[in-house]
Ligand binder design. Structure first.
Ligand code: F6R
Length: 251
């Protein structure tokens, strides 16, 4: 794992934007792995600015998001479908038809629609494989070491599948649902650790002291399902970009 310590989110965003801009120049139909949450927002802003300033043609770029809630209609403002469109597709000017979110085929279908829900994960992994795999996967990390919605205990070989959200994650995400934890869906569909590990380059971003423990566990702890992000140690090209605070527990 390559660790880069930066001043702030903007410097991390510039590194990500530079990496993705040169990828798209080399490969105009590049496949981007996309995350929601706060950590990648500056990276998306910098990439969008660069695409505009350098008139980079992104019309062929494809995207696959990491995860989605189950039970929210696609047009719900907090569905990851909506969030990815608001924070990535629109600012970058991507073709919306080329950007996919795991819940797209569900569109609000409830968990009780077992057959539909059960098929969605495998179909998503197939779609990624058909696209030729993900070139650069951006990742955030939970304070408990989760990546995507792969909470501690998730199989390191897992594919895209339905998971129960940890209560702590629902509490953390209540801020997007009027602060009401009861409005946060109980289940999600997430790329598995095995899916994430098939991307050719992983770029994990972490900022602030709240992430310091998880970052140290990811980089210097043993590889273990108890810290799903620690699987990155086994990846041939993983880059972790952190600020001083998030790096503060590294030896
Ligand atoms: C987002 C995701 C999550 C977040 C993580 C960190 O699609 O899968 O793993 O990356 O919860 O969230 P932030 O960046 O908001 O601290």
């Amino acid at each position: 794992v390559e660790v880069i310590v930066v001043r702030d989110e903007d410097e991390a965003g510039e590194i990500y934007a530079g990496c993705v801009a040169s990828l798209i120049r080399r490969k105009p139909d590049a496949v981007l792995g996309l995350a929601t949450g706060s950590s990648p927002l500056a990276a998306y802003r910098h990439l969008a600015a660069r695409v505009r300033a350098e008139s980079i043609d992104v019309s062929q770029v494809r995207g696959f998001a990491l995860d989605e809630y189950i039970g929210l209609p696609l047009d719900h403002p907090e569905s990851y479908h909506s969030v990815i469109h608001r924070t990535v597709v629109e600012p970058l000017g991507l073709d919306p038809a080329k950007v996919h979110v795991p819940g797209d085929v569900l569109d609000g279908a409830p968990l009780s629609d077992g057959e539909r829900v059960a098929k969605a994960g495998a179909a998503y992994d197939e779609a990624i494989a058909e696209a030729g795999g993900i070139d650069v996967q951006i990742l955030g990390i939970g304070t408990d070491g989760h990546v995507g919605f792969n909470e501690p205990g998730s199989s390191l070989a897992s594919g895209t599948r339905v998971k129960t959200l940890a209560q702590q994650t629902r509490i953390d995400n209540a801020r997007f649902f009027d602060g009401d934890v009861d409005k946060v869906p109980t289940h999600c569909i997430t790329q598995g650790i095995g899916t994430i590990m098939r991307a050719r380059h992983l770029v994990l971003l972490a900022f602030g002291s709240g992430k310091a423990e998880a970052v140290a566990e990811t980089v210097e702890g043993g590889v273990s399902a108890f810290c799903p992000a620690s699987a990155l140690q086994l990846h041939p090209h993983a880059t972790i970009i952190v600020d001083e605070e998030a790096a503060s527990r590294l030896r």
